[in-house]
Design a protein around this ligand. Sequence first.
Ligand code: ADP
Ligand code: MG
Length: 350
Amino acid sequence: MFKPKLNIALFFGGRSAEHEVSLLSARSIYQAFNQEKYNIFPVAISKKGFFSTLEESKKILMGDEKKVPEIKRDNILPQEVLQFLEKKVDIVFPVLHGPYGEDGKIQGFLDTLNIKYIGCDLTSSAVGMDKAVMKQIFSFYNIPQSEFEILKKDEYNKLKTADLFADFAESLGLPFFIKPANMGSSIGISRVGNLTSFENALNQAFKYDKKIILESSIKGREVESAVLGTGNNIKVSTAGEIISTHDFYDYQAKYEDQSTELIIPADISSASQEKIKELSLKAFKAVGAEGISRLDFFVNEEQDQILVNEINTMPGFTKFSMYPLLFKESGITYTELLDDLVELALKRKS
Ligand SMILES: Nc1ncnc2c1ncn2[C@@H]1O[C@H](COP(=O)(O)OP(=O)(O)O)[C@@H](O)[C@H]1O
Ligand SMILES: [Mg+2]
């Protein structure tokens, strides 16, 4: 039977510091989509939030630029793109990482326009992106995680740094981690061992957000699982491990250092694998995630400890990224994953 092709818009780039990562994910996705089933329309968004025309967007995606070039134009959203979204698009795939893409803002914008999209909805995206809110929700559901504190910039300005450091050193132990609440790809994250590094770390983290979190440092292997599905039909992949030669899994280790290794499946006991599956599902449901997410853990088998580090509602999606590689291990190809995500988006009730 003849089935008309679905029109899918691939949003990529965007306003976050993870703009460059989004380009890499979107390029892989564009190539892998089954062209017999879908017409794919790339839609580039610059770091300033300007939408490119469809023709410009396609050129940018097919090229090898690291960023979407800034365009001098009066309107942020060209009429042509708006009409295309309104009249032609069946589904948007927001391949955007970090703030303004993974945090519910673009999802809310699409909801307002009554356009279906792949992945988590507004609330689950926002909860997954904000590490402070995420940890509060995890805590409500008794999901095991590191100890944490939350600090807002306006509160911090009123306090003495040395006193604050002493308080956190006592409640969290040394060293501890400092992170912007809303960010990803390890941007703005530091490990703090003394007062000087504390001051630098605060400045770094507050560059990206007016709210930061502080966490006790966990000794454990970094293990991740991939989740696909909605409601009562959710698949959790076998977990894989990341082995980085860096101090911690920082931006360079994630995207630039060739020596970072992904071990799939992770070399852990089957009991740990089971526990990770169970916690993945619990954490996915706790934030109300839909469609797609990657769950990250710290595993310390000697201490019999598995802690959830975070949920990523739009995980890296290049051919070499953990999310698709984990499902490949479970026999689901990259192209099949995309088909499943489209199906889930079509079925979602608004
Ligand atoms: N509490 C912690 N204990 C030990 N390592 C941590 C802790 N928090 C973060 N890290 C290290 O920093 C990396 C990035 O932190 P994460 O919270 O995952 O932020 P992002 O959202 O940027 O990926 C982790 O993959 C891990 O290597
Ligand atoms: Mg992470």
